[in-house]
Design a binder for this molecule. Structure first.
Ligand code: AMP
Ligand code: FE
Ligand code: FE
Ligand code: ZN
Length: 309
């Protein structure tokens, strides 16, 4: 059997692995295919594709957009995107600017609580354009201001905690449209965490292509439930570990194993919709080319007028 893990975060958002490390773990886990799905970013996709190509792992370019529908937050995974699509890149840059402002706002709230963290420390640690709360948590731990990441979330960063700042989100229907315009498929991420299945038919009406039925935080019963809903609404099925790095001492990548036939179906659907990445053949060989150097230069952009709301 061939398997895939289609939900991975790299250090281009809040994951801790580089794309090359993810590709190496994918190979070690004998995964046939992976997708990089950084929050509001496609920046790591080119390096992921190169690294996977060298190791003979099929790589699907992707992203994970934060969206909302009638006050409900939901995450939309995009697959087989044209990662150079101008409007996609413009929208992602806008959301990255919002994320950077949100970091400043979170830090301002922490400072108000007499927690002496500096936003520069968070940006230096994050070293990416799409920073998030996990970076603030890591900076708090590194500065000795919290003992653990969990403590940072529980005391300060979780919803309803004093340094929580909501994210500026795209309307879900607009996010689906954007992903389609960039030649990709739009998949509802981890529906079991939304606790709102009523959203599914509404998102289907807005053009949703699939459901992430297999996810680390889905129970076996939830997986069966979402597989049935995918069938009911004629949706594609995806799955992934949502790996952000190590979890309890081992990499999370590969702990969810999606049967590869679903990747074939995704690729076919994307090709039907004219997605350009889907038309490239999956790698068949294991060439041995040098790994490109890791780029780690990042300067946060100045505050944008899109303050987090
Ligand atoms: P953000 O995108 O800034 O809202 O941060 C969301 C990310 O924070 C998620 O993708 C998870 O990686 C992480 N996260 C959310 N809640 C927690 C939590 N309670 N403990 C640890 N990590 C969390
Ligand atoms: Fe995350
Ligand atoms: Fe998510
Ligand atoms: Zn994710």
């Amino acid at each position: 059997m061939m398997y895939a893990d289609l939900h991975l975060h790299s250090h281009f958002s809040d994951g801790t692995y580089s794309p090359e490390e993810l590709a190496a773990h994918a190979r070690n886990q004998r995964l046939a295919a992976v997708a990089l799905t950084d929050h509001d970013s496609v920046e790591g996709c080119a390096r992921m594709a190169t690294a996977c190509d060298q190791l003979g792992v099929e790589c699907v370019p992707g992203t994970e957009l934060t969206a909302e529908h009638e006050g409900n937050e939901l995450h939309l995974l995009g697959y087989f995107l044209d990662t150079r699509h101008p409007r996609l890149l413009r929208e992602l840059a806008r959301f990255q600017g919002v994320r950077q402002n949100r970091i400043r706002e979170i830090v301002a709230r922490l400072n108000h609580l007499q927690v002496p963290l500096q936003s520069e420390a968070v940006f230096a640690l994050a070293n990416c354009r799409s920073p998030g709360r996990p970076h603030v948590a890591r900076a708090l731990v590194r500065a000795g201001l919290c003992g653990t990441l969990d403590e940072a979330f529980d005391r300060f960063l979780k919803k309803h905690r004093p340094a929580w700042v909501p994210k500026c989100k795209m309307l879900a229907a607009e996010a689906i449209q954007l992903l389609h315009e960039a030649g990709g498929l739009a998949i509802m991420a981890h529906p079991g965490l939304n606790h709102n299945d009523k959203l599914i038919p509404q998102m289907v009406a807005a053009g949703l292509d699939g459901l992430e039925c297999f996810h680390t935080k889905h129970s076996p019963a939830a997986t069966v439930h979402y597989l049935a809903l995918a069938k009911k609404y004629a949706l594609l099925v995806t799955g992934g570990s949502d790996c952000h790095g190590h979890n309890k001492g081992r990499p999370l990548i590969g702990t969810i194993r999606l049967p590869h036939e679903h990747v074939t179906r995704l690729r076919e659907r994307a090709a039907q919709l004219g997605a350009h990445a889907a038309q490239a053949p999956a790698p068949a060989s294991l060439p041995n080319r040098p790994v490109p150097p890791q780029v780690s230069e990042f300067t946060p952009s100045p505050p944008s007028p899109w303050a987090a709301v």
